[in-house]
Design a binder for this molecule. Structure first.
Ligand SMILES: *Cc1c(COP(=O)(O)O)cnc(C)c1O
Ligand SMILES: [Zn+2]
Length: 466
């Protein structure tokens, strides 16, 4: 008799549903090619019965696994033994009430919270997932790990490799589409960085091929273990709200790993009886990379119990290729036309009564400056969440009294170019960085004031502007 382990990999397609052992390194179901989940036979595991079981870890923070904002919730994704887990203290993030930003969005005071994932060791939410994928890579004894990246995945992978020395990082980036903050991290942390002629979608296709051929461990968000770690973003949001689910979670959509992970987290928490109500999920595309919005809102593509209309999706991609459509947005972290987790995101939208919207680069940058003026800066892609919440407020889908959590996915300093260009007094800089991408004005610019090196001038300027 063979015994199935209590944690395993399972194809998300109900028509297939094949299961695989955790010891296998897979990026797709070998049977049908669809995405894989990490699944748990909860009856044979010991998930928390109440949140008190999780809170018990707070008192034991000298154990690095309990200090980690990801692994203190490990009983909700128990795929590794404690001694196999690789942590660098990720997930020390903050849910911040942001009344100034609430005003901008059109929400009542006290109703908007920003989940600031820029406080992770590599400066983005990606560390939540990387620690989990890295742990699995460690479990299977990988020597090299690779990713294609718009920047933050590579920064995170390079960081884990640099700190732990357990693996070597190989990073694929597209040409010219990576912000300097992120590229500087990969280079400084010592990753082998391959800049291929092409965009993110090209880099993604290549890294899959190479990983397969060379047996390199792939840590892109097709990696199902990453999403297990990313569930913890929602656990920390709930923790900060004393386990009371908000009405809305608003998140930028790129490869759709976060939205997929969040949906899985809530579905599992409901199944385990830890929450009684699932928040609604809003996934926000940039207008220049709006595949999900197009498929969901224009082509009516739905999860449909796992029988999603593959022909419609395939036809959409065929047309995109025929038109030579390339994603284009200043929010480089979500500049993606073929979101690898699309199917899982459809499931999340189904489980969380979700909505999808798109926002322009203008809306993104204006929202970004409002977030920044609230003292918690973020990179452009992150601000799509706040811009999207504003749109949903204006459309009456979010009510002024709804409790809303926007996820700020990455740190302000990841992309200083966009920020400096937004606030600049120099029209040429504005035009070359922002104007060329369709941004017309810096609505909330905080411009530097030029003064002579002279006491009187300086005093006058302070009196005038301060
Ligand atoms: C990766 C990334 C995203 C996109 O997240 P997905 O899970 O791929 O949808 C958004 N913002 C930032 C800052 C990112 O690094
Ligand atoms: Zn399958």
């Amino acid at each position: 008799m063979t015994t199935t382990p209590a944690a395993f990999q399972r194809c998300i397609s109900p028509e297939c549903g094949h299961t695989y052992d955790l010891s296998q390194t897979l990026v797709a179901c070998p049977e049908c090619g669809d995405l894989l989940d990490i699944a748990y036979d909860w009856d044979r595991l010991s998930p928390p019965k109440t949140w008190k079981d999780i809170e018990a870890n707070w008192a034991k923070r000298t154990n690095p696994l309990n200090f980690s904002g990801v692994w203190r919730f490990r009983s909700l994704f128990p795929f590794a033994k404690d001694e196999q887990i690789v942590t660098v203290g990720e997930g020390q993030t903050l849910l911040q009430q942001a009344d100034e930003v609430a005003k901008f969005v059109g929400l009542n005071a006290g109703k908007l919270h920003l989940q600031y994932e820029g406080m992770n060791p590599s400066g983005s939410f990606k560390d939540n997932g990387m620690t989990a994928a890295f742990t699995h890579a460690n479990m299977v004894g990988a020597k090299r790990a690779a990713c294609a990246s718009t920047g933050n995945t590579s920064a995170s992978l390079a960081m884990y490799c640099g700190v732990t020395r357990l693996m070597k990082a190989v990073i694929f980036i597209g040409s010219g589409k990576i912000s300097y903050g992120k590229l500087s991290q990969a280079l400084d942390y010592g990753a082998l960085t391959l800049q291929i002629a092409g965009d993110f979608d090209d880099a993604m296709a290549r890294v899959k091929e190479v990983s397969k051929d060379m047996g390199i461990y792939l840590v892109n968000s097709v990696n199902p273990f990453r999403l297990e770690g990313q569930k913890s973003v929602m656990f920390r949001v709930l923790e900060a709200l004393q386990w009371e689910p908000p009405d809305w979670i608003v998140v930028p959509g790129g490869n759709l790993g976060n939205s997929s992970a969040f949906g899985k987290a809530f579905a599992e928490l409901k199944e385990l009886g830890l929450i009684s109500r699932i928040p609604r999920l809003a996934v926000i595309n940039a207008s220049g990379a709006d595949t999900l919005d197009q498929l969901y809102n224009q082509h009516d593509v739905r999860w449909n119990d796992g029988h999603y209309p593959r022909h419609k999706i395939a036809a959409y991609y065929e047309k995109m290729d025929a038109d030579h459509a390339k994603a284009s947005t200043l929010a480089s972290a979500i500049e993606i036309n073929r979101p690898v987790n699309l199917h899982k995101c459809l499931r999340a939208l189904n489980d969380c009564d979700g909505v999808v919207r798109q926002v322009s680069d203008q809306e993104i940058l204006d929202a970004k400056s409002r977030v920044g003026s609230g003292g918690m800066g973020c990179e452009p892609a992150s601000a799509a969440s706040v811009a999207g919440a504003k749109v949903l407020r204006e459309q009456g889908i979010i009510a002024p009294s709804d409790r809303v959590v926007c996820i700020l996915t990455g740190h302000l300093l990841k992309d200083p170019n966009a920020t400096v260009a937004y606030h600049t007094t120099d029209q040429e800089t504005f035009n070359s960085v922002l104007g060329s991408r369709g941004v017309k004005r810096a609505t909330f610019a905080n411009r530097a004031v030029a003064v002579k090196n002279d006491m009187n001038d300086i005093v006058q300027a302070i009196q005038l502007y301060g």
